[in-house]
Design a protein around this ligand. Sequence first.
Ligand SMILES: *Cc1c(COP(=O)(O)O)cnc(C)c1O
Length: 490
Amino acid sequence: MPNSTAPKNAAPNSTLTPPGDGHDPYAALLDQAVSISRRYLAEIPERFAGVTPEALANFPKFAGPLPTRGLDPHETLALLEQFGGPGTVASTGGRYFGGVIGGALPVTVAANWISVAWDQNAALFDFSPISAYLEDVVFSWLFEIFGLPATSGGCLTTGTQMADVAALAAARTHVLRQVGYDLERQGLFGAPPITILVGDEVHVTMPKALAILGFGAAQIRRIPVDGQGRMIPSHIPQIAADAAKSLHLDPASAPLILCVQVGNVNTGACDPIREICEITRKHNPNAWIHVDGAFGLWAAASPGRKHLVEGLPLADSFATDAHKWLNVPYDSGICMVRHRDPLRRAMAITAAYLGDTDKNREPMKWGPDSSRSARAIEIWAALRTLGTEGVAELIERTCAHAATFAKDFREAGYEVLNDVVLNQVLVSFGDDETTNRVVAALQAEGTCWCGATTWKGRRAMRISVSSWATTPADVDRCTRAILAIASNLK
Ligand SMILES: *Cc1c(COP(=O)(O)O)cnc(C)c1O
């Protein structure tokens, strides 16, 4: 644009000036973004783990009237650095133990930047050949890690909740077809009833996933669990039979979907998959068994933990996260199914104008989204650079940190409420009131961030070690901080 009246690089109009004539609209902004990101990440190892009241008080700096004349992009990024960064929790570091929140491996952050620069629409092969291809590679690697047949299928979603939705949509289609009902043609309203079985410790996102799919609370039956939250398989036949009888159906063939959980968000406990699959299939060979393994599924990748998910390939579908234990940036969920057909049926879509040919992977025909980011890139980068040994080491290492926390708290005289089988630790500091006060004081003190939970009627501090970045020194430092707070409150 040689005769443009707008001065080159002048704010604010340069925001809309495309490259050319020596003008590079990316260079200075990306350099600034790299500097901001690197400063942020460099501070993380020593930063306050949560968010301070001062940081929250600055949020209105982002508000105000929508500008009429656009504002300077560099100043916009600077605002994010100055007041946005302090408004983040330090979950990318080694001292954040809330939720089940992993960090992001450095190579996945870098791959994510490249992915954003590529700005690909991963809906179809034609729109982004590389992302469709990487999805195929990623799924073949994931099937290997989880011991699933190479003929399995899957889709990448925002998280486990949406992976549950995708898998259960396939389940719904499948169990209805078995009783001669074509869901895709006839629709859900007026369809034969389906019984859903879940463990009594089912994750909160599962009833929501089921509700999105049209299952009401009364269709969901809960199976009793043991002291660690594991489903007790011997209850399944009776509860399934009662449900079928109440619908005047034959218990041996009534449409049935059973949801297993591996990795309880409080205890880390895993439902016994093999026993559940064997008992359920003996009772009703038509049952579809789905596994919610948002983080626990990754136990399969570790020689020392895989016994916890023994029998996993016997189930029909699986939901897990890459953004939790694999330490990939958000948002990254994974749905896998042993049988491709029901998932393809549930997610079917055709559009001639989009040029989908099915010669290659067409991601939108496998999952709930059409346009979306190329999520495979970060997962591919993580798996390629970790290898199976690296994934195993990541799982083992975080579990070992959890075990150290548990040992240190027990030695200090506090009660650990769960069997620490994975990366989750529940600690009580006495009565509920005292435990709540310790958690609140810790969050205000900032050495690390832990939440509180209620387990079997008792309040507990909840420690989830999910980040690649946590070191033995972090564990030691955090334990000392927590113990100091607890003894001061005595
Ligand atoms: C985290 C979690 C979910 C939900 O996963 P999102 O990625 O938040 O959608 C489901 N189930 C279990 C057991 C979880 O830990």
